[in-house]
Design a protein. Structure first.
Length: 566
């Protein structure tokens, strides 16, 4: 293993590797450590089933969609945690997935679908069996099996609702729901549409497996009654997204937090109580709860994910993304070996999901894993979108921040070095980031400096003004602070001067380089998301980006305007 600097504690999920080793390991090396450990401590089928509570998933009414029965092999086979996303061609392809409550064995699972609630077509689902094994505090191994059904549907008309239900061969039938493909990009087909975005979501519900977990051990039970003591912030934000009725939704990484703390310490699975000092925790069943929590939206609205640092899970191969490949569907049109790097178009907007773990200077467990292929793909893809006369706006979303002043992570110089010059060259309109648990918006930036003040309700012309960077890591995880002495500034509370003298940017050697910041325009230290309304036009196209808090209150809005090319 080649020596490299330490990854900061608390920023990558730790699944049982001594910290003196893990801190300098890549995700691929961490996975190999796990495999060697398991070879030295083989698990019998009997003990595997005991550890996984008979091939478990979640199992309690109100937390699990599967009811009160234990996740046992004799339980009736059911399907829940439904989700829909786009395929490679978003205007003609949907990718539907769901979770099974147990192994289907030889029982087939089907997706019935069609252009009306009468359905009419059927495809047999692919079943992906995800096996997780991590060290346990009783000296054994926590073993889990989870089963996910996936079904592609291709050849659909653009922006038309398509109805579906999940069905098992032995009698289970879900209710019928519908989702729509993307609007085609042809000028004569485009109309008004909306999408939403946030990052750093997680869940506030406690998994029931393995048994005996207390609230706050493997969930986000950090809730403080600083706003509404009755409802968790994560639920509030999700409720507002649902109420916004977006055509699609994007999430900029740090999805479920199956490792809620990520302390970078030598971990064993802790079955009960708080882990003792020197241990960390990872629980794959958090994903069951998470996927259930977003089903109300994700089963009818395409959710498109990027990956963050908490999404690198060393129990799995493919640089820690093997769990995502079992649970989620990505369009698959990015560079080889980078599953969460892809692009899709919706009407006159091109969207790119990028993997900032590959370029980060702050958190290096996956830095450089693509061997430069991601950056080559980003340049080629941006050039193609900007040359397309049917595309007006380009939006990039990813996790680590190129421009942010929040004290915990601030700006990542690796992201800047890899992509900012490309964003300038190809006139990217919006860059949407997470990682820092707050809301922040920049003024338009080009060449690393602000070009003008963009106050609330202003109009920005990205072709000449530059790119605006949003940090929206405010979907529900605990809030971060801004720099000492740095104040919030948002609608109704604007500061006359938003200059930040004491921010910083991460450098290639893992240090923090101090920088004074003149580009930070809006800062809001509370829970929020953004709502983007796009109005394609014949001569001029516009895009309103509105910041909305967890109670539906708007606190910032900018209109982006572009002349339509002939």
């Amino acid at each position: 293993m080649t020596a490299q600097r330490l990854t900061p504690a608390g920023e990558t999920p730790d699944t049982g590797i001594p910290s003196v080793l893990a801190a300098g390991m890549t995700m691929a090396e961490r996975y190999e450590w796990h495999q060697a450990q398991l070879r030295r401590h083989p698990v019998s089928r009997r003990n595997f089933l005991r550890g996984s509570t008979a091939a478990a998933a979640v199992a309690a009414l109100g937390v699990s969609p599967f009811g009160r029965r234990a996740y046992a092999q004799d339980a009736a086979l059911t399907v829940a945690n439904r989700r829909v996303g786009y395929g490679t061609d978003a205007s003609s392809q949907l990718r539907l997935s769901a979770q099974l409550n147990r192994s289907p064995g030889r029982t087939k699972v089907f997706l019935d679908h069609g252009p009306t609630p009468g359905l009419g077509a059927t495809v047999e689902a692919e079943i992906r069996n995800l096996v997780t094994q991590i060290p346990d505090d009783d000296g054994g191994v926590l073993a889990a099996e989870q089963f996910y059904a996936h079904a592609p549907v291709d050849g659909l008309p653009g922006r038309m609702p398509h109805f579906y239900q999940w069905r098992t061969e032995d009698g289970f039938v879900s209710d019928v729901r519908s989702a729509a493909t993307a609007m085609p990009s042809a000028r004569n087909a485009v109309g008004w549409f909306r999408f939403t975005m946030m990052g750093d979501q997680g869940t506030d519900q406690t998994p029931l497996l393995p048994p005996g977990l207390a609230p706050g051990i493997y969930d986000d039970s950090y809730y403080k009654p600083d706003n509404d003591p009755a409802v968790a912030h994560t639920d509030n934000v999700l409720g507002q997204i649902i109420a916004s009725r977006p055509d699609f939704h994007v999430l900029a990484g740090d999805i479920a937090y199956a490792d809620p703390s990520g302390m970078g310490r030598p971990a064993k699975f802790i079955r009960k109580g708080n882990p003792p000092k020197g241990f960390d925790k990872f629980n794959p069943y958090v994903w069951d709860v998470y996927l259930g929590s977003i089903e109300a939206s994700a089963s009818t609205t395409p959710w498109m994910f990027a990956t963050g640092n908490h999404d690198m899970e060393a129990a799995y191969p493919v640089h820690g993304y093997g769990g995502h490949l079992a649970r989620l569907d990505f369009p698959g049109n990015g560079p080889s070996g980078c599953p969460s790097v892809y692009t899709f178009t919706y009407g006159n907007v091109a969207v790119l999901s990028l993997d900032a773990n590959d370029v980060s200077y702050e958190i290096t467990a996956n830095t450089g894993y693509s061997g430069g292929s991601q950056n080559t793909w980003v340049e080629r893809t941006l050039a193609a979108h900007r040359a397309d006369p049917d595309i007006d706006f380009i939006v990039c979303f990813f996790h680590h921040c190129a421009y942010a002043t929040v004290a915990d992570h601030a700006s990542d110089g690796g992201v800047r070095a890899a992509w900012v010059s490309l964003f300038d060259r190809y006139q990217v309109d919006l860059v949407l980031q997470g990682h820092n648990h707050a809301f922040e918006r920049s003024d338009p930036v080009r060449g690393g400096a602000p070009t003008r003040v963009a106050a609330d309700n202003s109009i920005v012309y990205p072709e000449t003004d530059g790119t605006v960077y949003y940090t929206v890591g405010s979907a529900g995880r605990p809030r971060y602070n801004f720099q000492p002495g740095e104040l919030e500034s948002y609608r109704g509370h604007e500061l006359p001067d938003t200059f930040v003298p004491n921010s910083y940017v991460w450098t290639a050697d893992g240090g923090k380089q101090a920088e004074g910041v003149g580009w930070s325009r809006v800062r809001f230290r509370n829970y929020a998301f953004i709502r983007v309304d796009v109005r394609p036009g014949a001569l001029v196209s516009e895009m309103d980006v509105t910041a909305v808090d967890e109670y539906g209150r708007e606190f910032d809005k900018v209109t982006y305007r572009r002349q339509v090319r002939a």
